[in-house]
Ligand binder design. Structure first.
Ligand SMILES: [Mn+2]
Length: 287
């Protein structure tokens, strides 16, 4: 699905309404300006309050940045139903809206902590809510995916992922009483912490490389992943794969344009050093 209508504020309502219907994968068709990537902010969890990230987004100008791609898990848990709206969600939504007012597109790629967003009231705040997104920046063709589903050996997790995001779960979730639903959200959070933990103590490099190699053959230069909460890049025969560090660990935006990918709050200010260390292994809490 492509979004290539006018980028002025006047074009917004129509474009957003259309965008709210987006599902599945999406393709970029705009060519000018950088794309900024934000992965795994986990606001309301280790990412804390919404303010710092909202301010970074407010600093973005259309002259420098044409699109923000959220690589999933913006909040610690995000259910597409207002009954579960946290303070961080309520505070972040206006900042997303302001991106659109300035003509900057926003694409949200669902993570494992995001549930039923594509058909939720939140979807209209973004140009697209999708499971993966293809775009070109600085002549490079990117495929962006959250990454929780790539490890095919983790069958228990893949089953849980399918079940928790199924139409039946969605149907039930919107109809059960609030307290029961909140209990499920909390146990889900604990379950996410447990099921993902084993596969995250070490970066599943082989699974990541196998996934990337397969997807690169579809005609991409770089596969971008979030979810693993580290900054890691690997050249492969027909391109490369890059894991984007979690915003809650490296509170900066990743800029993709004609130059080398770099971290910075805003191009107008000195680019920050990026991730403090090239963390690959180690304890990563509840991704
Ligand atoms: Mn994740």
């Amino acid at each position: 699905m492509s979004v290539d209508q006018g980028t002025g504020p006047a074009g917004q309502p129509e474009r957003r309404a259309q965008a709210a219907e987006s599902r599945g994968s999406s393709v970029d068709s705009v060519a000018d300006g950088a794309v900024v990537v934000v992965a795994d902010a986990h606001l309301g969890g280790p990412g804390g309050e919404a303010g710092p990230l909202a301010r970074q987004l407010d600093d973005l100008r259309r002259a420098q940045c044409r699109r923000v791609v959220f690589l999933g898990d913006l909040f610690h848990v995000w259910v597409g139903d207002r009954r579960y709206e946290t303070r961080q969600i309520a505070e972040m939504m206006p900042a997303i809206e302001r991106l659109g007012e300035r003509g900057i597109e926003s694409v949200y790629i669902e993570g494992n902590r995001d549930f039923f967003l594509a058909e939720s009231p939140y979807a209209a705040r973004f140009d697209q809510v999708v499971s993966e997104h293809r775009f070109t920046s600085g002549g490079r063709r990117y495929l962006a995916v959250h990454g929780d589903g790539i490890n095919r050996e983790d069958r228990a997790y893949l089953f849980w992922r399918w079940l928790s995001k199924s139409a039946a779960s969605r149907f039930l979730f919107h109809r059960i009483p609030g307290p029961l639903a909140r209990f499920i959200v909390h146990s889900t959070e604990r379950r996410l912490a447990r099921t993902n933990f084993r596969h995250r103590r070490e970066l599943p490099r082989r699974a990541i490389e196998a996934f990337a190699a397969r997807r690169l053959r579809e005609g991409h230069d770089t596969v971008l992943l979030g979810h693993f909460h580290c900054d890691w890049e690997r050249p492969l025969t027909s391109g490369s794969v890059r894991v984007v560090d979690a915003w809650y660990q490296t509170p900066a935006l990743l800029w993709l344009d004609d130059e080398r990918p770099r971290w910075g709050a805003c191009v107008a200010i000195e680019p920050c050093r990026g991730p403090s260390a090239a963390v690959v292994e180690g304890d990563r809490d509840a991704a």
